[in-house]
Design a protein around this ligand. Sequence first.
Ligand code: ATP
Ligand code: MG
Length: 356
Amino acid sequence: MVIEKLNLCNYRNYETLDLNVDSKTNILYGDNAQGKTNILEAIYICSTTKSHRGGKDKEVIKFGCDDAHIKIYINKKNKEYRIDIHLKKNKSKGIAINGIPIKKASELFGIFNVVFFSPEDLNIIKNGPSERRRFIDLELCQLDKLYVYNLLNYNKILNQRNKLLKDLYFKPDLEETLDVWDLQLAKYGSEVIKRRSEFVKKINEIINPIHKKITDNKENIIVKYDKNCDELELYNQLVLTREKDKKYKTTNVGPHRDDLSFYYDDMNVRIYGSQGQQRTAALSLKLAEIEIVKSIIHDTPVLLLDDVLSELDSKRQNELLNSLENVQTIITCTGLDEFIENRFKINKIFKVKEGK
Ligand code: ATP
Ligand code: MG
């Protein structure tokens, strides 16, 4: 799939923007704080409904304005799609696909797939487990509607269970109701775990050859997600930790506490790896992500590279840019040296200056 056109109105530092992108490699270059990442962010919102930066929807509205519009035109297997996002100051956002408003934001998932790569992603191995859960959740939500359904229900019930654990102190009679929540939590939680396990299995089928190429065959990488628990097993674990949960007034087991670990053969990269090894593992993971998305959607996602090239040495830059064949890519950078030195083919260059 490719983006054909992007329009912005009162979005961050853009009053208006009308951008016709090339179907291959596009560069957005300019000094710091000119609006490069803002463009990638707007595209990302059209895919996931949320900013990659986190934060509140209204933060993207241009200072002094009441609302912002993003409009994106996509060509997917020769079919045209238009996604309109209307972000409002004090109301929830409106989303329309080909002019037809959708009721739930999750209906947008899967229409338009992007892979976003920023310098923070290079720290995914050394950061805390929540970053790795966020990675897997964002990916699966784009690819699997049932995952979204199970995860949303799981999180809803988890919140209710945690609220109950807090209320128990004042109303101990409520303890009997805990079992109802545990049954539900086990039902949705085991589905979340099952789908995460399948996803990690797919990563492992793809990541090692990519990684070996980047490291000149020196290292084998394995991603571990040591969870294989069915509904009954998760329910039993919840029952077993009830006393602890009551004491800490929160739920201590379940997929909301999951983590992924990365190993070079027997070595845990997060604990023992050098910074370079951790970043290389992160790059391999990102490259594997592109391949997985391709294989699941039977199409190419759009790749957004925010300032990552300057963070990589030239061998890794080459690996990354060479893997982009046939994938529409939008790259932000402050200079063009890397492209000139490596003689990479660029199809369109945009200079970004003060929101123009
Ligand atoms: P860098 O190279 O430093 O990453 P960039 O070109 O990617 O820079 P952006 O992150 O796109 O820069 O931000 C550009 C500008 O947008 C910043 O100067 C910021 O102050 C401005 N900005 C952010 N939010 C808003 C907003 N809601 N309204 C107006 N301007 C905003
Ligand atoms: Mg930026």
